[in-house]
Design a protein around this ligand. Structure first.
Ligand code: ADP
Ligand code: MG
Length: 240
């Protein structure tokens, strides 16, 4: 589903991603863990061209997004992204937040977009909040709206950037269970997270990134129970 070859990304003179090569298969859930500032967000943002890649190749769902002739907006519409800080439109209702992109980007009729939007709100447990405004919701509810909004574009891949990091602890579980359900339905997912329990239970593979390098990757059992690299061992000893 995603192929990454020698991906490098610099900001000015600082190389933040130092040659990442990996593959993410269809229906796979990959959890990316690593210290703050190691390049996790930059890696995700390079997968849907929110950042311009310095060198290397990224192929998403058959399209080489590093090829200048590729229609980036088309690729982006197939890659859903969920951010730490929700990024909802505050002056639009919950349902409008979910139905905006399908109408604007895909030209979907309002009636159909509303129908899909309502069923997605039901899926994330927020059917009763369709006419509410984001600022009346808890952080956990906002994040579930953000997930529904991303799903409304019917993406083939979902990217999550620390989706629960900004939430009060008691609100984390509802968001993780929506993500777990998505995983069980076969969605291909790349999840940057500090929720090691989620990574262990739901992740098919775990990537440990440090200083812009994928230091170690393996199944959750391999990475968590038997980390090979001293950096992985040191990181896990601090977070587990
Ligand atoms: P993480 O998500 O793992 O905390 P990031 O990918 O956000 O790390 O950042 C990795 C490094 O890249 C950090 O040193 C950060 O300061 C730097 N960085 C990220 N975005 C930018 C930017 N737009 N301009 C300059 N430096 C950036
Ligand atoms: Mg980050």
């Amino acid at each position: 589903m995603i192929t990454v070859k020698d991906l490098r990304k610099s900001f000015g003179d600082t190389e933040v991603l130092k040659g990442i090569t990996t593959e993410i298969r269809e229906k796979e859930v990959v959890c990316v863990i690593g210290p703050s500032g190691s390049g996790k967000s930059t890696f995700l943002r390079c997968l849907n061209m929110l950042e311009e890649i310095t060198s290397g190749q990224v192929i998403v769902d058959g399209d080489d997004i590093t090829d200048p002739t590729t229609d980036i907006n088309d690729v982006r519409s197939r890659v859903g992204m969920v951010f730490q800080h929700f990024n909802l439109f505050p002056h639009k209702t919950v349902l409008e937040n979910v139905t905006l992109a399908p109408q604007k980007v895909k030209g979907m009729a309002k009636q159909e977009a509303d129908k899909i939007g309502k069923s997605l709100l039901e899926k994330v447990g927020l059917a009763d909040k369709a006419s509410a405004y984001p600022n009346s919701l808890s952080g956990g509810q906002k994040q579930r709206v953000a997930i529904a909004r991303a799903l409304a574009m019917n993406p083939t891949v979902m990217l999550f950037d620390e989706p629960t990091s900004a939430l009060d602890p008691e609100l984390v579980g509802d968001v993780l269970s929506v993500m777990k359900e998505l995983a069980q339905e076969g969605m291909t997912m790349v999840v940057v997270t500090h929720e090691m329990g989620f990574a262990k239970e739901v992740g098919d593979r775990v990537f440990f990134i440090d200083e812009g390098v994928f230091m170690e990757e393996g199944t959750p059992a391999e990475v968590f129970d038997n980390p090979q690299h001293p950096r992985t061992q040191s990181f896990l000893s601090k977070v587990l």
